[in-house]
Ligand binder design. Structure first.
Ligand code: PNS
Length: 162
């Protein structure tokens, strides 16, 4: 069986840019574990880890060789737990690279696991979970940035229409 790659992130919530990176990673590497992890820089989430997993499963439904799991602790431990042969991260901009390069080098220094960067498709490069939460909280349009179950869940959280 092909060793999967791990795509770790906080995914609060998953959006179409994340889905695109999953699709690219399956094409490149064969199998993906989509890992919902805690980012200590983002302590208060909108969705619980269980809700994020459910929304990721709904957004990625029907894809072969993709599984979704929540992990506690380090990304490198999650990668070891699933036998991942590398970590994959999507990049939108040079700002993303600055942050991701340091994480990749730190993770490599801890266990020797490598991180492969995949640029997201240009049409998704502006999408961010933070802005989706902010816009949805005020009833703005987010349906072009997320899968339908996520739009519904956001509307449910904020009492707006999807
Ligand atoms: O989607 P995000 O918030 O940019 O993802 C960041 C995430 C969750 C991948 C990162 O914070 C992480 O790896 N958290 C797990 C704890 C860990 O491994 N910390 C060391 C990072 S070098």
């Amino acid at each position: 069986m092909t060793a999967p790659v791990l795509i770790p992130g906080s995914f609060d919530p998953i959006h179409l840019g994340h889905v695109d990176v999953v699709d690219q990673a399956v094409e490149l590497f064969g199998a993906v574990v989509f890992g919902v992890l805690h980012n200590p820089d983002k302590p208060s989430g909108l969705f619980t880890p269980d809700e994020r997993v459910a929304l990721a499963e709904a957004s990625l439904a029907g894809r072969a060789n993709v599984s979704v799991r929540a992990f506690t602790g380090l990304a490198v431990q999650a990668a070891a737990d699933v036998g991942a042969h590398c970590i994959v991260k999507g990049l939108r901009t040079a700002d993303d690279y600055a942050v991701e390069q340091q994480m990749a080098q730190t993770n490599y220094s801890v266990t020797g696991i490598r991180t492969v960067f995949v640029p997201c498709r240009a049409e998704y490069a502006f999408i961010s979970s933070r802005f989706i939460r902010e816009i949805a909280a005020h009833g703005g349009t987010i349906g072009h940035m997320v899968a339908e179950p996520v739009a519904r869940a956001l509307a449910g959280k904020f009492g707006t229409s999807p």
